[in-house]
Design a protein around this ligand. Structure first.
Ligand SMILES: Cc1cc2nc3c(=O)[nH]c(=O)nc-3n(C[C@H](O)[C@H](O)[C@H](O)COP(=O)(O)OP(=O)(O)OC[C@H]3O[C@@H](n4cnc5c(N)ncnc54)[C@H](O)[C@@H]3O)c2cc1C
Length: 461
């Protein structure tokens, strides 16, 4: 029988890789994991966690303004970017330490190096050139920002990676992109006092979300003072008199201190030795896997963003747990990518789960749409104009709630709980039978008794 150095070798110390390595090691497997940058990966070091910390930071100026309506006089205030960066750095260093501690505690060997495939069971550790063998290999190398190489002057632009570590807060920024990362950063920078322009080539920001929420958020962001230019593209970025000049297709040239590109992410598969090992990739460079996250080479699995299925941290972790069930618990398990609740940490926030109205009207014969738009209680005294939108999409024949969409404060928190109800297949009658929690914004979800409108055969009645 062939003997290997390890039962499992994991390439990439992010959300999916660390979970695979830690749990396999805790089951008594001999495991090594290699990370070329910092343990914790995108989510912890330059994604979800620092982003959410920035979101909190950006919300304070509205809190200060809102306080006046409740009788408070908030004294003079100012914001120190370098203090925020230092506090964020210390928190992510703490989390990085916890990730390593978890791995070490489970007896996984922690390697601080880039690793590349040599063949179906062999990996080369780039810092030493040494090769090691493993019975099973997991590739969890994530992705990186698309640099938009075709854009003249793209080297002058930053991506979300650099946005987390800017030396100083710019006075003005142009952000290109209409996905959640672009939208979140537009809100973050605007909230911190930066003159912000968002440029997106599509008709409306956040293309995969419910149209109502997309429009509602667009209006709310514009009302705050964020300039949003849809159906617009960057043509060229150049340096001029100490700032950057962004040439656009329809709006002439815009000056900005910083230009950030948030135009999607590319799977980290270049130079990984995939071809030599026989691991297939698709046209975008993502690793092709079967339902169990197994690649075209049976001893090699791939999971998380590198497979370009659903690019979210909980999904990478779930895929890792399914891998563990399949490989080490004799319980073949396929990841479930249906009905994933998710949030956009814009201001106001979006929380969503299930089908959008547009998707649902293509798949179902008849729908009932319950929709409420209202001013939250806090806004009555603060005077803030923002409106909340809540929407339930119901399949008229089965009465199942197949989509729930919220725009407003704590929408992400609500989406998590709604995710359970949609996953459980709850019907609108279950929602109706549920007692409201009063006074909350969420009570609206169980008190929308009559449909706002119906959609039959794709047509709104
Ligand atoms: C700005 C931003 C905000 C985000 N916000 C959210 C959010 O709010 N909620 C959410 O769910 N998701 C969010 N995401 C997405 C989330 O971060 C990813 O889906 C998640 O991190 C994917 O995990 P992963 O394990 O696949 O890859 P990653 O976490 O990217 O980890 C891959 C790791 O592999 C390492 N690596 C790459 N190649 C090699 C190699 N050859 N050898 C050794 N190491 C290597 C990398 O350095 C990296 O640390 C955000 C992403 C970004 C960029």
């Amino acid at each position: 029988m062939t003997s290997y150095n390890y039962d499992l070798f994991v390439i990439g110390g992010g959300s999916g890789g660390v979970r695979s390595a830690r749990v396999a090691a805790s089951l008594g497997k001999k495991v090594a994991i290699a990370e070329e940058y910092r343990y914790g990966g995108t989510c912890v070091i330059r994604g979800c966690v620092p982003k959410k910390l920035f979101v909190y930071a950006a919300q304070f100026h509205e809190h200060f303004e809102d306080a006046a309506g409740f009788g408070w006089t908030v004294g003079e205030n100012s914001f120190d970017w370098t203090k925020l960066i230092a506090a964020k750095d210390s928190e992510i260093a703490r989390l990085e330490g916890l990730y390593k501690k978890g791995l070490a505690g489970a007896n996984a060997e922690i390697l601080e190096t880039r690793a590349e495939l040599v063949d179906a069971h062999t990996v080369r550790l780039v810092n030493t050139g040494k090769t090691v063998s493993a019975k099973t290999i997991v590739i969890a190398t994530g992705g990186r920002p698309n640099p938009h190489a075709a854009l003249p002057g793209n080297e002058l632009c930053i991506s979300s990676n650099e946005a987390f570590d800017l030396q100083e807060l710019p006075k003005s920024i142009v952000i290109a992109g209409g996905g959640y990362i672009a939208v979140e950063f537009a809100n973050i920078f605007h909230g911190l006092g930066v003159e912000t322009t968002l440029i997106y080539r599509g008709m409306e920001i956040l293309s995969r979300f419910d149209q109502d929420l997309r429009r509602g958020l667009h209006e709310a962001m514009t009302a705050k003072g964020i300039r949003i230019l849809c159906q617009e593209t960057l043509q060229k970025v150049s340096k001029q008199d100490g700032h950057l000049l962004v040439e656009t297709l329809n709006n002439g040239a815009l000056a900005a201190d910083v230009v950030m590109l948030a135009l999607g992410r590319i799977p980290n598969t270049e130079g990984l030795g995939l071809e030599t090992a026989g691991v297939k990739t698709d046209a975008r460079g993502a690793i092709v896997v079967d339902g169990y996250s197994r690649t075209s080479v049976p001893s090699i699995y791939a999971l998380g963003d590198v497979t370009d299925r659903v690019q979210l941290t909980p999904v990478a972790i779930h895929e890792a747990m399914c891998f563990i069930e399949t490989e080490y618990k004799n319980n073949p398990t396929t990841p479930d990518h249906e009905t994933i609740a998710t949030a956009v940490f814009s201001q106001p926030e979006i929380g969503t789960v299930g089908l959008t109205e547009e998707e649902a009207s293509k798949r179902y014969k008849e729908l009932e749409v319950y929709r409420a738009q209202f001013r939250p209680l806090k806004a009555t005294l603060s005077g803030r104009g923002e409106k909340m939108i809540m929407k339930l999409i119901v399949d008229a024949s089965s009465r199942k709630v197949i989509g729930a969409h919220i725009l407003g404060h704590d929408a992400g928190e609500m989406a998590q709980i709604l995710g359970i109800t949609l996953k459980a297949g709850c019907t609108k009658d279950d929602f109706d039978r549920t007692m409201a929690v009063h006074p909350t914004a969420a009570e609206e979800l169980v008190t929308m008794y009559a449909p706002s409108y119906r959609i039959r055969d794709g047509v709104r009645l």
